[in-house]
Design a protein around this ligand. Structure first.
Ligand code: NDP
Length: 458
């Protein structure tokens, strides 16, 4: 029998790789995880965690404004961007330490360096070979910036999280999760924000009512949305950056950020060379067991470009470790994965959009729009939208959508209900908690008149 140095070598210590390695280590496997940057990966070091800390920081602006309506006098509140970034970085250092400790406690050997697959059982780290029975590729993705003149002047979310100063004027290109979240952060802290989207609406793939509600809310806050618009070039000038649009218009700002999607980190790590098939987007093609086209090479997380969310990567790592290191074969159910956009107000959704639900079935749709109770006194002109999509034939709730405060906290619970196959009758039989926004989800009685959704929502 061939003896390898390890049972498992994991490339990439992000959410998926860490979970798989820790579990495999706990189940007695000899594991090494190779990381070229910081342990924790995109979510912990450059994504969800630092972004959410900045979202919290930005929220205080609204809290101070709203407090006035409740009798508070808030004098002299000022924000120090540098202090917030320093505090955030301190927390990331703490988390990196905690991740390293968790791996060590599971007997996982953390190897700093860049791993390149030399053959299906060998990884070279900075030229040093290490062998394993199984390889797990969990190297994530990286922001993509399209080619155009002046591309070198723009930043991505990676740099936005560490800017030395908050830009007074910023253009953010893209209308997805990252663009919308950063637009909210910068606008709340006082920057002039222009969102440039190539389509007619933000958040492609989300329910049309969610897209329309959120874009209206962003515009109410003064975020400008340039629709059907592309950037032709960016030039550095004495006073900032001149942004030229394809329609010929020019705008001068202090920062241009691109949030135009992410691509899997599959180049130059030896994947294609050892026969691992990549799909047309360059992602590792895997089966339901996370197995690539090479029998002993597996992949989880964003590098597979399935559902690019941290909890999905973590669960892919978990089912991989359970299957191959705990004799407990498991696959992940990708239906009813809830997700949130930490915009201001936030969005959270689980299940189908109205357009998806209408394919091949009749539906009943319930929508509630209201002014949150807090804003009756704060005076803030912000509305909440909640939407339920129900299968007419079976009464099953197919989708829950919300734009409004605490949306992510509320939808997480409803995701359990949808996973259990809850019906509208069961929602109706549930007694609400009063006074909350969440109770609206169990008190929606009258469906909206039937209509066909817009084609864009497909
Ligand atoms: P998304 O794929 O969500 O959005 C990309 C945006 O960029 C879209 O609006 C797209 O427009 C636009 N775009 C793409 N190419 C171009 C181009 N060449 N010129 C102009 N616009 C372009 O990517 P993000 O970068 O926002 O996020 C990356 C991933 O990170 C997502 O898959 C998401 O799952 C994950 N993420 C999740 C978060 C969360 O769960 N809260 C937070 C942040 C990220 P169009 O609509 O026309 O295609």
């Amino acid at each position: 029998m061939v003896r390898y140095d390890y049972d498992l070598i994991t490339l990439g210590a992000g959410s998926g790789g860490v979970r798989a390695s820790r579990l495999a280590g706990r189940y007695g496997a000899k594991v090494a995880v190779i990381e070229s940057s910081r342990v924790g990966g995109t979510c912990v070091m450059r994504g969800c965690v630092p972004k959410k800390l900045l979202v919290y920081g930005a929220h205080f602006a609204a809290h101070f404004e709203d407090a006035v309506g409740f009798g508070w006098t808030v004098d002299g509140a000022r924000h120090d961007w540098g202090k917030m970034i320093a505090a955030k970085n301190k927390e990331l250092d703490r988390l990196e330490g905690a991740y390293n400790r968790m791996l060590r406690d599971a007997n996982v050997n953390v190897v700093a360096g860049r791993g390149v697959i030399a053959d299906p059982h060998t990884v070279e780290v900075d030229g040093r070979p290490m062998t394993a029975e199984k390889l797990l590729v969990s190297v994530g993705g990286w922001p993509v910036i399209p080619d155009f003149p002046g591309r070198e002047h723009v930043i991505t979310s990676n740099e936005a999280l560490d800017l030395p100063e908050r830009p007074r004027r910023i253009v953010i290109v893209g209308g997805g999760y990252i663009a919308v979240e950063f637009a909210g952060i910068f606008a709340a802290l006082g920057s002039e924000v222009t969102l440039v989207i190539r389509a007619g609406q933000i958040l492609r793939g989300f329910d049309e009512d969610v897209r329309a509600t959120l874009s209206a809310e962003l515009e109410k806050q003064g975020i400008r949305i340039h629709r059907d618009c592309l950037i032709r070039s960016v030039e550095k000038t004495a006073s900032g950056y001149s942004v030229y649009y394809d329609q010929g218009e020019e705008m001068v700002v202090d920062c241009v950020m691109f949030a135009t999607g992410r691509a899997p980190n599959t180049s130059r790590i030896g994947l294609a060379e050892v026969g691992v098939k990549l799909n047309d987007k360059g992602a590792v093609a895997v089966d339901e067991w996370n197995r690539s086209s090479v029998d002993n090479i597996f992949a989880v997380g964003d590098v597979t470009d399935r559902v690019n969310l941290t909890p999905v990567a973590i669960n892919e790592g978990r089912v991989f470790a359970e299957t191959f290191f705990n004799k407990n074969p498991m696959t992940l159910d990708y239906r009813n994965i809830a997700s949130a956009v930490f915009s201001q107000p936030p969005v959270a959704v689980v299940g189908l959009t109205e357009a998806q639900a209408r394919i091949g079935r009749q539906v009943r749709v319930f929508i509630s729009r209201f002014r949150p109770m807090k804003h009756t006194l704060s005076g803030r002109q912000e509305s909440t939208m909640m939407k339920l999509i129900v299968d007419k034939a079976t009464d099953r709730v197919l989708g829950c959508h919300m734009v409004g405060d605490d949306a992510a906290e509320i939808i997480q619970g409803l995701a359990v209900a949808l996973t259990c196959g809850a019906t509208k009758a069961q929602f109706d039989a549930t007694v609400g908690i009063h006074p909350t926004a969440a109770e609206e989800f169990v008190t929606m009685r009258d469906p909206v008149p039937d209509k066909e959704p817009a084609a864009a929502d497909m």
